[in-house]
Design a protein around this ligand. Structure first.
Ligand SMILES: Cc1ncc(COP(=O)(O)O)c(C=O)c1O
Length: 463
């Protein structure tokens, strides 16, 4: 535990060497999980009264623990929503860890929050939000959606001036919304009414209006938010954001946009038109740890009117009063005040550093590269006689059907791909049928990688 003795210098070198080697791997091994029994056999107990020593603990991590974690940045990891952090963002994550900044208050982290806010500003500009917009980086989309919806409910109750304080709130979302929206409703003890999605899984104007018009008078009074998604997780499609904005305006309720995955597409001119209407939202989330090349964990949460969010989220306590001013005009940007948290890591800084290093054009180009790969994947699937393209990709999620396969066959194919360390692709469900899903967020994923995967779905292909 002593700092800077010979042992600690050796350990520093060993840890930094490990990190640098991991960063330099192109690609890293895909790796795969072990069972709890296998891990217990290989690793055993690591927490002991006298300690193993850093080098021994690092060796256990390098030899047994790390290889039992799938590499999210492998170019053939196309499951769920992977990530592909830039080298500079990972390097700076090391700096953030070494600095251990308390990034909750301006008093303690003015410099960090200043930089994080510039990164948030870039995201807000992409969406066309006003100069007054702002927010905070939270741990992920789940935390971002919850925090935004808490602010939305606060705004509704505030407007009602006490009349709704005991009333259970209601939000409207699409059937394609991420599971974290329903989870937020459960956490908030609120209800969700689902808008039936169109055949691609999107909110369209007619279905939204019909759902809203069909609400009872009581439900209309309980309604506090409409949640739209730009980039659904399962199919990567974008709701009609203009229709959602019109409806939110008509009903006088908050419009929240979940762009956790797909918000990154705002940077890509080839798809930007599909987001029309996003500039009218009251809150928006975009996860740099998904499609904006930053490490976990990082979700940009932005409010049109941050003061509303501050009123909803600020924690009051004797020991915290020193951070606040009686004069709202003098209030400083305490990042904790804009979400459901207090202590926070400066988790926007790795993203900021990479943006500052490479410039925003590089981000535009990298997102376009992944979109091109998704389009190339669609063409390869169309050309393969054993496959069907479920729909033309709107963003970088590609759904495909293997003609003649049942659910078990998809799963055994997926398992064998991972076992062979060829790729990590898990099946999903679309229109009540099992299909394969490719989520492409890594600019290093090539059409050749996709070709290897789709060849493996041909029974003659060897998997
Ligand atoms: C659209 C959308 N919203 C929210 C989330 C949740 O994000 P997180 O896993 O960072 O909590 C996801 C995750 O994939 C997502 O795709």
């Amino acid at each position: 535990m002593h700092r800077r003795d010979a042992e600690s210098v050796r350990l520093t070198e060993a840890v930094v060497d490990y990190a640098l080697e991991r960063i330099a791997m192109e690609p890293p091994p895909l790796d795969q999980p072990l069972t709890p029994v296998e891990l217990a056999e290989r690793v055993g107990a690591t927490i002991t009264a006298s300690g193993l020593g850093g080098e021994a603990a690092l060796a256990i991590f390098a030899e047994h623990l790390a290889p039992a974690c799938i590499s999210v940045d492998h170019p053939r990891h196309l499951s769920f929503v992977p990530g592909a952090p830039t080298e500079s963002s990972i390097l700076f994550d090391l700096v953030v860890g070494a600095s251990n900044i308390y990034a909750g208050s301006w008093l303690e982290s003015a410099g960090a929050v200043y930089a994080e806010n510039q990164a948030l500003r870039w995201l807000a500009d992409l969406a066309g939000l006003p100069a007054s917009a702002g927010g905070v980086f939270v741990s992920g989309g789940t935390a971002g959606n919850l925090s935004a919806l808490i602010a939305a409910r606060w705004a509704w109750r505030h407007r009602a001036d006490g009349a709704m304080d005991q009333t259970r709130g209601l939000m409207v979302a699409s059937a394609g919304a991420h599971s974290s929206v329903a989870q937020a409703a459960r956490a908030m003890d609120a209800d969700v009414v689902m808008v039936p999605a169109d055949d691609r899984g999107r909110i369209r104007r007619a279905a939204l209006d019909e759902t809203l018009e069909g609400l009872s008078e009581i439900d209309r009074q309980r309604l506090f938010a409409i949640v739209a998604t730009c980039g659904t997780t399962n199919a990567g499609v974008i709701d009609d954001l203009g229709a959602v904005a019109d409806a939110a305006e008509r009903f006088g309720v908050w419009m929240h946009v979940d762009g956790a995955y797909g918000g990154a597409g705002l940077a890509a001119p080839s798809v930007r038109d599909a987001y029309a209407g996003i500039e009218r939202c009251d809150s928006l989330i975009i996860d740099p740890h998904k499609w904006l090349f930053a490490p976990y964990d990082s979700c940009g949460l932005i409010y049109r009117d941050p003061f509303m969010a501050r009123a909803a989220h600020t924690q009051h306590a004797e020991y915290l009063d020193v951070l606040h001013s009686d004069d709202p005009g003098l209030e400083l940007w305490n990042a904790s005040d804009y979400a459901h948290h207090l202590s926070r890591r400066a988790r926007g800084l790795p993203f900021w550093f990479s943006l500052a290093t490479h410039g925003t054009d590089a981000y535009r180009d990298a997102v376009e590269t992944t979109l091109d790969t998704a389009r190339a994947a669609a063409r390869l699937i169309e050309a393969a006689p054993h496959l069907e393209l479920v729909m033309e990709p709107e963003l970088s999620v590609v759904l495909l059907r293997r003609i003649g396969w049942d659910t078990e066959r998809y799963q055994s194919w997926s398992d064998s791909l991972l076992r062979a360390q060829t790729a990590f692709v898990v099946p999903t469900t679309w229109a009540a049928q099992t299909v394969a899903r490719l989520c492409i967020v890594n600019p290093l994923t090539t059409p050749e990688d996709i070709a290897v995967i789709i060849d493996s779905m041909d029974d003659a292909g060897g998997h």
